[in-house]
Design a protein around this ligand. Structure first.
Ligand SMILES: Cc1cc2nc3c(=O)[nH]c(=O)nc-3n(C[C@H](O)[C@H](O)[C@H](O)COP(=O)(O)OP(=O)(O)OC[C@H]3O[C@@H](n4cnc5c(N)ncnc54)[C@H](O)[C@@H]3O)c2cc1C
Length: 389
C-alpha cells in the first residue's frame, strides 16, 4: 500500500486527503493548526456575525470521518531530493508527497502596524477588538487595502476580494449602529484598476458598491510602508487611519525555497497542469502553494485549491495503476466569488467563455451563509456533497 504524505490542512490538503482516502490509500496529513479555517466566512468575525469557532472545522473530526492519519506539528524542512520531511519532533518519509502549505505574505516596511484578514486566523478576532474600540469611541478612520507581488507575473496571488467584503460589511455594521456618518472608510491598493481580474462588469460594480457603502478610494499609488496611524504612499502622501487592515501580496511558502522543488520567482511550485511537480514524479503541489497555470486573470481561490486537489488525486492514482488517463485542471480555471456586503451580495463568475455578475440583494448574503453550512457539513459527511461544489 502506497503511503501519501500531505503537508497542510487547508482547503487543498483536506480535499486531497478525502479524495485519496476514498481511493483506499494510506494518507497522513500534517498541519500546524488543529483545524481547517474556512477563510471565506471569516470576513464576518470582525462584525460579530460569526464566531471564530464557527469559522473552522476540527481536523480531528475530519480524520474520524475520512480515516486519514493526522499529525499536528509544524513542518520545518522539506527535502524532496531525499524524500524526507522534517517536523519539529520527528522525520517522515513518503511514497507520494502533496504540498498544500498555502502561501506567505510579502513583508513591507511597518507592516507590524497593520492587521490582516488573510493572515493568521486569530487576527480576525484582533480586528474585531479594534473595531469595537472605535465603535465605543463613536468615530474613527478605517483603511483597508491590499497589495501585489511584483515577482508574481500574473498577479494570481493578489487577494483583494476579502478587503472589499470586509469594507462593505463594516459599512453595513456601522450603518445599523447609526454610526456610519461619524466614520471615514477608505480602500487603498497600488493597482489602477483593483478588482479588474473578475472582469469588466464586476469591476464597474465594485465602483458602484464603494459609492453606495460610502467608501473612499485610494488607488494607483504604490504603498511604501505604514506607521501606527498612516499608510505611506510613494508620492510622499499619507492616509491617516485609526485602524489599518492590509493584505500584502502573496509569495511562496518559505519552506519551499530550500526544498529542492522547482519554484518560480515569486516562490510558487512549478507543476504540470496535472498538479505533478516538474521533474518530481512523486510530488504534487496544490492550492495556494503552487504556481497557478491558466489565463492571466486566473486567481488563487479556495475552489481552485479543491479542483487542483481533486485533479492531482485522480492523476496520482492513474500513475500508480499505470494508466495514461490523466486530466488537467486548466480547463477548470475560473473565478467564483460571492462578494458579500452583509446586506446582500454580488455573485461574480468568470470563465474562458464568459463573465457573469448577478446582483443578489439580501438573498446573496444568505446564500453565502448557506454555503458555509454546506461546506462544513458536507466535509463532515453529515449531508451529501453536490458534485463540483
Ligand atoms: C479572508 C479570506 C476570504 C476568502 N474568500 C474566498 C472566497 O470567498 N472564495 C474562494 O474561493 N476563496 C476565498 N479565499 C481564498 C481561499 O481561502 C484560499 O485560496 C484557500 O484557503 C487556499 O487553500 P490552501 O489549502 O492552498 O491554503 P490554506 O487554506 O492557507 O491552508 C494552508 C495549510 O497549511 C498549514 N501550514 C502552513 N505552514 C505550515 C507548516 N510549516 N507546517 C504545517 N502546516 C503548515 C496551515 O496551517 C493550513 O492548514 C479567501 C481567503 C481569505 C484569506
Amino acid at each position: 500500500m502506497k503511503n501519501f504524505l500531505i503537508l497542510g490542512g487547508g482547503f487543498a490538503g483536506v480535499e486531497a486527503a478525502i479524495k485519496l482516502r476514498a481511493k483506499g490509500y494510506n494518507v497522513t496529513l500534517v498541519s500546524d493548526r488543529d483545524y481547517l479555517f474556512i477563510y471565506p466566512i471569516s470576513i464576518w468575525i470582525p462584525v460579530s456575525k460569526i464566531s471564530f469557532d464557527n469559522s473552522k472545522i476540527a481536523l480531528a473530526d475530519l480524520q474520524k470521518k475520512h480515516g486519514f492519519n493526522l499529525i499536528i506539528e509544524k513542518v520545518e524542512k522539506i527535502d524532496a531530493i531525499n524524500k524526507k520531511v522534517r517536523l519539529e519532533k520527528s522525520e517522515l518519509t513518503y511514497d507520494y508527497l502533496f504540498v498544500a502549505l498555502g502561501m506567505d505574505k510579502r513583508h513591507i516596511k511597518g507592516i507590524e502596524n497593520t492587521l490582516s484578514i488573510c493572515g493568521a486566523p486569530k487576527q480576525a478576532n484582533a480586528i474585531k477588538d479594534e473595531l469595537e474600540k472605535l465603535v465605543t469611541k463613536g468615530n474613527g478612520k478605517i483603511s483597508i487595502g491590499f497589495g501585489a507581488n511584483p515577482d508574481d507575473p500574473t498577479g494570481s496571488a493578489v487577494r483583494g476580494g476579502p478587503a472589499f467584503e470586509l469594507l462593505f460589511n463594516i459599512s453595513t455594521y456601522l450603518k445599523k449602529k447609526e454610526l456610519l456618518d461619524s466614520f471615514e472608510l477608505n480602500m487603498f491598493a497600488p493597482m489602477p484598476h483593483p478588482g479588474i481580474k473578475m472582469g469588466e462588469k464586476a469591476y464597474k460594480n465594485i465602483g458602484n458598491f464603494l459609492k453606495h457603502y460610502k467608501i473612499n478610494r485610494y488607488t494607483g499609488k504604490k504603498i511604501v510602508g505604514f506607521t501606527k496611524n498612516e499608510v505611506l504612499f510613494e508620492d510622499n502622501t499619507t492616509l491617516e487611519s485609526d485602524l489599518i487592515i492590509y493584505i500584502s501580496g502573496g509569495e511562496g511558502h518559505h519552506l519551499l525555497k530550500d526544498s529542492g522543488l522547482p519554484i518560480n520567482k515569486a516562490g510558487f511550485v512549478l507543476t504540470e497542469p496535472t498538479g505533478q511537480v516538474e521533474g518530481f514524479p512523486e510530488v504534487y503541489a496544490i492550492g495556494d502553494s503552487a504556481h497557478l497555470l491558466g489565463p492571466e486573470w486566473a486567481a488563487k481561490q479556495g475552489h481552485m485549491a479543491e479542483i487542483m486537489a481533486d485533479v492531482a488525486s485522480h492523476n496520482v492514482h492513474q500513475q500508480i495503476i499505470g494508466s495514461n488517463n490523466t486530466i488537467s485542471y486548466l480547463d477548470k480555471v475560473s473565478i467564483v466569488c460571492v462578494m458579500d456586503s452583509g446586506d446582500g451580495a454580488a455573485w461574480v463568475t468568470r470563465t474562458a467563455k464568459k463573465e457573469r455578475l448577478i446582483m443578489l440583494p439580501i438573498v446573496g448574503h444568505w446564500l453565502k451563509k448557506i454555503w458555509g453550512f454546506y461546506y462544513k457539513n458536507s466535509k463532515l459527511k453529515r449531508i451529501p456533497r453536490i458534485p463540483g461544489m
